[in-house]
Design a protein around this ligand. Structure first.
Ligand code: FES
Length: 156
């Protein structure tokens, strides 16, 4: 993110400490992650201790301290999804993309993450692609989802 873009976000949020989470959300949305420079700038501008900004950026799953791919695949590995075969979704991701949860493909197209529950246990296994929930997932449904993104991005 450019310095000007970051300053605009900080200005729009009026530079008050109670806007910390919203400010981090704006940065995450604009940049796809929260850089070290952004954390320092937020701390300076909002008058919030560096450790507090860092803690907030680490605490919430919505924030990432490393660049994410253009598309985020979140696989639920909670108990309800696990007993319905969520591990097969991870196997499919590894087979299709060659990455493990927490990693991003070399072309920057996908980041894969795992979580312990998405609050839709009765619908498991659940996979979220770019904020859209997909229930009762199977490896073949997941393969089709990945293929559709690749097509949409002209990388099929
Ligand atoms: S365990 Fe997967 S949604 Fe709750």
């Amino acid at each position: 993110m450019t310095v000007a873009a970051l300053e605009k976000i900080l200005e729009d949020r009026e530079g008050t400490a109670d806007q910390l989470i919203e400010t981090l959300q704006d940065i995450q949305q604009a940049d796809g992650y929260i850089s070290e420079e952004s954390i320092t700038a937020v701390s300076d501008k909002l008058g919030v201790a560096l450790i507090e900004v860092y803690r907030a950026a680490c605490f919430y799953k919505a924030f990432s301290l490393t660049p994410r791919g253009r598309h985020l695949i979140t696989v639920c590995l909670g108990t309800a999804c696990h007993v319905r075969g969520a591990h097969r979704m991870i196997d499919e991701v590894i087979g299709q993309l060659g990455i493990n949860p927490g990693e991003t493909t070399d072309d920057g197209l996908f980041t894969v993450e795992s979580v312990n529950c998405l609050g839709a246990c009765a619908l498991g296994p659940v996979v979220v692609l770019d904020d859209k929930y997909h229930d009762h997932m199977t490896p073949s449904k997941l393969r089709k989802l990945i293929e559709s993104v690749r097509k949409q991005e002209g990388k099929a």
